[in-house]
Design a binder for this molecule. Structure first.
Ligand SMILES: O=c1[nH]cnc2c1ncn2[C@H]1C[C@H](O)[C@@H](CO)O1
Ligand SMILES: [Zn+2]
Length: 344
């Protein structure tokens, strides 16, 4: 199929995105606008020139370098208004790609430089998502991130705050940041607290470090989904266990190549994991930093790995099944997916 036709077909395919970071998805035009409003100096004033500061374009050797692209946006997202607007626009961007449901994550402790409380920042993100939901019909919930370089006490504050929003626009908790520098087992106390609050847990693991982090995320931190999990194949026993237990992997193809979680597309294990019956889900990670859309992610799978439209639909089904939603909401999403008519 010609590339343009394939892209349009995949854009029309109803999709979900369970792993997308708010701060990594702010449109560059919005960043410029936010900087103007808040009188914050940016290194460039035009979108084209600003983009290289916010986006992986050329060389990126690892997750650490990838995370450097978040430095510019941080100071711009310190007010309720900027968080709310960014959340709203993330929903708009998903709507443009016919995404039916999204779970948008962010680290509330990163947005307190001007004195916001955790409750204020979480509330702002939820308000933006819910306004987006009302305007565009895309269902959207928040996941909050604990950060690997933060102390136990800062992360426990996030858990406490998250618990008060559970079921009110917040559906889960995550651990993000420099995986290589801070292994999963350092966070046992934080996630014991999360378990006591019955917060659903997903953890970035097997992206910048090996499979022991995936194992620890599940066994020591209570993760019921894994962010990325690219390096799972390095432990065949663990891979078999995760397949048997149907623990979903939130894979983010474009980002996974940029961070060198896999050395190249030829070496990327998503197809292999799918064929082995793992619950593979497809996500974007960061719309701006990775220069991607959910359509692009699926198109790459069709183009590079020969995924048929039926297989792409199965990947969306996996995403719906893995969502932090109740059965009724999942059934409603599945019904919408089934209305998608395959071209003959
Ligand atoms: O792919 C990622 N791996 C680990 N951490 C990440 C990734 N993408 C974004 N983050 C971090 C940087 C953000 O500031 C933070 C909260 O969204 O999460
Ligand atoms: Zn991520």
């Amino acid at each position: 199929m010609p590339e343009k036709k394939l892209m349009e077909l995949i854009r029309r395919l109803p999709k979900v995105d369970l792993h997308v970071h708010l701060d990594g998805s702010v449109r560059p035009g919005t960043a410029i606008e936010l900087a103007k409003q808040q009188r914050i100096e940016l290194p460039e004033k035009e979108i084209d020139k600003l983009l290289p500061h916010m986006q992986i374009a050329g060389e990126c050797n690892n997750l650490e370098e990838y995370l450097e692209k978040f430095q510019l946006i941080g100071p711009l997202l310190q007010t309720p208004e900027s968080l709310e607007l960014s959340a709203y626009e993330t929903v708009k961007q998903a709507y443009d790609q016919n995404c039916l449901y999204m779970e948008v994550r962010f680290g509330p402790q990163l947005h307190r430089q001007l004195g916001l409380s955790l409750d204020q920042s979480i509330n702002a993100a939820i308000t933006g998502l819910k306004k987006g939901e009302a305007a565009f019909g895309v269902k959207a919930n928040v996941i909050v991130c604990c950060l690997r370089h933060h102390s136990t006490s800062l992360n426990c504050e996030v858990v406490e705050a998250a618990a008060s929003f559970l079921g009110k626009g917040l559906v889960g908790i995550d651990l993000a940041g420099d995986e290589a520098g801070y292994p999963a087992k350092l966070f046992e106390d934080v996630f014991a607290l999360a378990a006591s609050k019955r917060l659903p847990v997903t953890i970035h693991a097997g992206e910048a470090a090996g499979p022991v982090n995936i194992k620890d995320a599940i066994e020591k931190l209570g993760a019921v989904r894994i962010g990325h999990g690219v390096r799972l194949r390095e432990d065949p026993d663990l891979l078999a266990a995760i397949a048997a237990e149907k623990i979903p992997l939130e894979m983010c193809p474009v980002s996974n190549i940029q961070t060198k979680a896999a050395a190249s597309w030829e070496d990327y294990p998503l197809r292999d994991y799918f064929d082995r019956g793992l619950s593979v889900t497809v996500n974007t990670d960061n719309l701006t930093v990775s220069n991607t859309t959910i359509t692009r992610e699926y198109a790459i799978l069709a183009d590079r790995f020969g995924f048929s439209v039926e297989e792409l639909v199965q990947l969306v089904r996996n995403g719906i099944e893995a969502a932090f939603l109740g059965e009724e909401d999942k059934q409603a999403l599945k019904r919408k997916l089934e209305t998608f008519v395959l071209p003959t």
